[in-house]
Design a protein around this ligand. Structure first.
Ligand code: C5P
Length: 404
């Protein structure tokens, strides 16, 4: 989500400075590059070595450093960024920013920058509530400085109240929202999407279940691709080892019935993509206690059919998403069977794939797709599941035309 973004992080001297180390990691794992200015106070709480190791960049500390000025002047430092983030922003640095004081590298860069600035305040509750701080904040906000937090709760000083540095992930989300908003509308901005992914687990008793080998790779990649194009995406996922995709709201469920309920709760939506390998059957009755081995005969397992989520979304009266997409995993007559499935379930598109033994599709990294609509069959070359997801998201965006 932050691919290629350059962030200049100013770490000021508050106890929450230790959280800036985690912040650097979280921003970088999203693709941002993070260059840091560590104030004199900041260096009392975190070491330049730790900041340099995590940012994998030189750490800038001194205004009058001959080497720093030679390599990277303070003006260039402040301009070679897409966003200047002050975290933690102490009462002191906010006061100096408001007053235009520039007596160290951090405040000089903040005065010299022509880039957006975001502060994440962190201080004692009385300092935060003080009229001076509030007046400084009002001045900064009037000038367009963005703010995330502070939160409230236990403070490091032992008092309780407002002044806690916003949670690291909240700061990351604020940074992402800033870049999202400045990027303008994306092809699926304003559209809502529901994606199902992974297997479902159907309880036999409290410790046993029926499942399948679905990895969730394809469904998760589709959710990520739709979110990347701007769709507000809910991913309803069965148990999967895949990490939650960024920028997506993930609802973790186990059984088919939980998956169906979560999908219907997430309505209304413009788009539904059912990529989950939902178990067709579940034990007719899950035992309340662990079933015991009694003699030689294994317990008989009576099965009953699970709800068909794709069909029920396709046939949902009034609430049917405008575009419903399903998958058809077949081992023979792939296209013909998938066309029949599309008609039977009532969905708009089917992505048919060959899962015959030896293709390696189930649980594997690639997929060979035929996109089947009411009128057409498109044969896609074998691609990674990410590429399939990207191509599907592009096709969906094209079907919707302009952003909502
Ligand atoms: O009927 P079959 O399982 O082959 O259909 C596959 C498609 O239907 C997939 O899109 C799958 O996510 C969806 N499906 C579902 N609920 C079920 C069974 C399948 O949503 N109970």
């Amino acid at each position: 989500m932050l691919e290629g973004k350059r962030i200049l992080l100013v770490i000021a001297g508050g106890i929450a400075a230790y959280k800036s180390l985690d912040l650097i990691r979280r921003l970088r794992e999203r693709g941002a590059s993070v260059r840091c200015i560590l104030t004199k106070g900041g260096a009392e709480f975190v070491t330049p070595l730790a900041v340099a190791a995590l940012s994998e960049e030189k750490v800038y500390q001194h205004l009058f450093s001959l080497t720093d000025e030679n390599e990277m002047g303070h003006i260039r430092l402040s301009r070679e960024a897409d966003l200047v983030l002050v975290a933690p922003a102490t009462a002191d640095i906010m006061a100096r920013m408001a007053a235009g004081i520039c007596d160290d590298l951090a405040t000089t860069a903040l005065l010299a920058t022509d880039k957006p600035v975001m502060v994440a305040p962190s201080m004692n509750v009385m300092m935060w509530g003080h009229l001076a701080t509030q007046a400084n904040l009002a001045t900064l906000e009037k000038r367009g400085v963005l703010r995330v937090g502070p939160g409230s709760g236990d403070l490091a000083c032992g008092e309780v109240g407002s002044g806690r540095l916003a949670e690291v992930m909240d700061i990351v989300r604020a940074v992402e929202s800033f870049f999202d908003a400045s990027a303008g509308p994306r092809p699926l901005s304003g559209r809502r999407a529901i994606v199902t992914s992974g297997p479902t687990w159907e309880a036999i008793d409290p410790v046993r279940y029926i499942a399948n080998r679905s990895s969730g790779k394809q469904g998760h990649a589709i959710a990520a691709a739709l979110a990347k194009l701007g769709a507000e995406t809910v991913l309803v996922s069965g148990p999967s080892r895949e990490p939650d995709p960024q920028g997506v709201r993930v609802i973790h469920i186990e059984s088919a019935r939980e998956m169906r309920d979560a999908c219907f709760t997430a309505l209304p939506a413009d788009i539904a993509v059912c990529a989950a390998a939902v178990a067709d059957w579940r034990p007719a009755e899950a035992a309340g206690q662990k079933m015991k081995k009694n003699g030689d005969a294994p317990a008989p397992l009576a099965l009953t059919e699970n709800p068909d989520i794709l069909a029920s979304l396709s046939q949902a009266e009034n609430r049917r998403p405008r575009l419903v997409v399903g998958f058809a995993a077949e081992t023979e007559n792939v296209v013909a069977y998938a066309q029949a499935k599309r008609a039977r379930k009532g969905c708009d598109w089917i992505l048919a794939n060959d899962v015959a033994p030896g293709t390696g599709t189930f649980g594997g990294a690639s997929n060979t797709i035929h996109l089947i609509t009411a009128e057409t069959v498109e044969d896609w070359p074998t691609m990674s599941k990410e590429a399939v997801a990207g191509r599907l998201a592009e096709r969906i965006a094209a079907a919707f035309g302009r952003p909502a």
